[in-house]
Design a protein around this ligand. Structure first.
Ligand code: PMP
Length: 403
């Protein structure tokens, strides 16, 4: 056996031990291969399933106008953007999309990022300077946590502090001791719980302590607000009150990518200093064109948002008798498209998700470390693309598998 072979075997042995540990703890993750995706119905590993785990909240990933816009832009501009934005990758499609994002969010400017993960890494590391702190909600999305840790690696361990979930008193206690200009960052809608951050109160607190509030609205952009402009639009919070707004394009918009919206100075700073913006290839122009077409639909068709909210209310109402019969399953108090059913134990969650799959329904099985230990859950997501009959069928199946 050569030295290379011995090193490889040794690495594989260690990795296999780690993988076995994960399997034994019922935390092993596997991908499903999806073939067809239409109006909530998907073919997964050859089986037709009704999809209740996608973030395509308005069904726009399948909209004919969006598909057409993408095809047309590919014909004109080709497939890849060929370079980073600051080199030659910034096309007219990207430019128009940024203008539309600024308009719809009511901010002076917007800047596209290739993913939400990168947007969070980019703006958080660019904004937290030497001697400054970043404070985050304990249940913030993993991409925010990673970004804060990266900022802290530059600025010292104590520069990233977490406050208890939606706990304004705890946030204020940390702010009292924080240096001025600290960044407070929260999910707008929490991705695994579906609840909303107390944004009005956080805006007032950050103002009082001379800090800066940033909101990740991955799950609110497109579905909240009068024209889909997100959680800040719904609450009437201005760019002065919440200077940094981040949204994603892979969820309600049905496309791919993300953006940060805010002042001229904020966006220019990110262009200069946000490394995940600077050192990566720009989104394909066709993706920008598809996102733009989806935004037009979001603005022009409020009925899609209304349908989503009707579906959410329908699901919550229909599930009541099932919950009464199964007190060990706890539906979290969410009014958004994310409806988590907490069961606690990860093996039970896996077993229930498999049983639902057998009945033709695909729901997310969420386990630690994505959620805290002991709070494993089924994450059910609703879409405007679901029909009331499909929602009733899921509720019926939940009633059967929970017994
Ligand atoms: N923030 C939140 C709150 C999210 O839920 C997600 C996606 N799961 C992201 C950021 C990352 O966005 P993207 O998938 O575009 O990287």
């Amino acid at each position: 056996m050569s030295l290379d072979d011995r090193l490889l075997t040794c690495l594989d042995e260690r990795l296999n031990a780690r993988l076995s540990e994960r399997k034994a703890a019922c935390l092993y993750r596997a991908r499903a291969t999806v073939a067809i995706n239409s109006a909530g119905m998907q073919t997964v590993n050859g089986q037709a399933l009704l999809n209740f785990c996608s973030n395509d909240y308005l069904g726009l990933s399948q909209h004919p106008q969006v598909i057409k816009a993408m095809q047309e832009a590919t014909r004109v501009a080709g497939v890849g953007s060929g370079a980073a934005h600051l080199v030659s990758g910034h096309s007219e499609y990207h430019h128009q999309l940024e203008l539309a994002l600024a308009r719809i969010t009511g901010r002076p400017r917007a800047l596209l990022f290739s993913t939400g993960y990168m947007a969070n890494l980019g703006f958080i590391t660019a904004l937290v300077g030497k001697g400054e702190q970043v404070l985050g909600d304990k249940l913030n999305h993993a991409s925010i946590v990673d970004a804060c840790q990266l900022a802290a690696a530059k600025n010292g361990r104590k520069s990233f502090l977490r406050y208890r979930h939606n706990d304004l008193d705890h946030c204020e206690a940390l702010l009292k001791k924080a240096p001025p200009h600290s960044l407070v960052i929260t999910d707008g809608i929490f991705s695994m719980d579906g609840d909303l951050a107390p944004l009005r109160e956080l805006a007032a607190l950050t103002h009082q302590y001379n800090a800066v509030l940033a909101v990740d609205d991955a799950h609110g952009f497109g579905v909240l607000g009068e024209n889909g402009g997100g959680c800040l639009q719904a609450l009437g919070l201005s760019a002065e009150q919440v200077p940094v707004y981040m949204g994603t394009l892979g969820k309600a918009v049905g496309g791919f990518g993300a953006f940060v919206a805010g002042s001229e100075a904020l966006i220019e700073t990110l262009i200069q200093f946000a490394r995940p913006y600077i050192y990566t290839t720009a989104l394909p122009p066709s993706v920008a064109a598809a996102n733009l077409a989806a935004l037009q639909i979001i603005e022009q068709q409020p009925n899609l948002r209304q349908q989503l909210h009707t579906n959410i209310a329908h699901f919550k109402h229909a599930l009541q008798p099932v919950l009464e019969n199964n007190p060990s399953a706890q539906l979290l108090p969410s009014v958004t498209a994310i409806q988590p059913l907490v069961l606690g134990d990860q093996s039970r969650v896996m077993q229930l998700a498999a049983a639902l799959k057998n009945q033709g329904f695909w729901v997310g099985a969420i386990r630690p470390p994505t959620v805290p230990a002991g709070t494993a859950r089924l994450r059910i997501t609703l879409s405007a693309a679901h029909s009331p009959a499909q929602i009733d069928a899921l509720v019926h199946a939940l009633g059967i598998v929970l017994e």
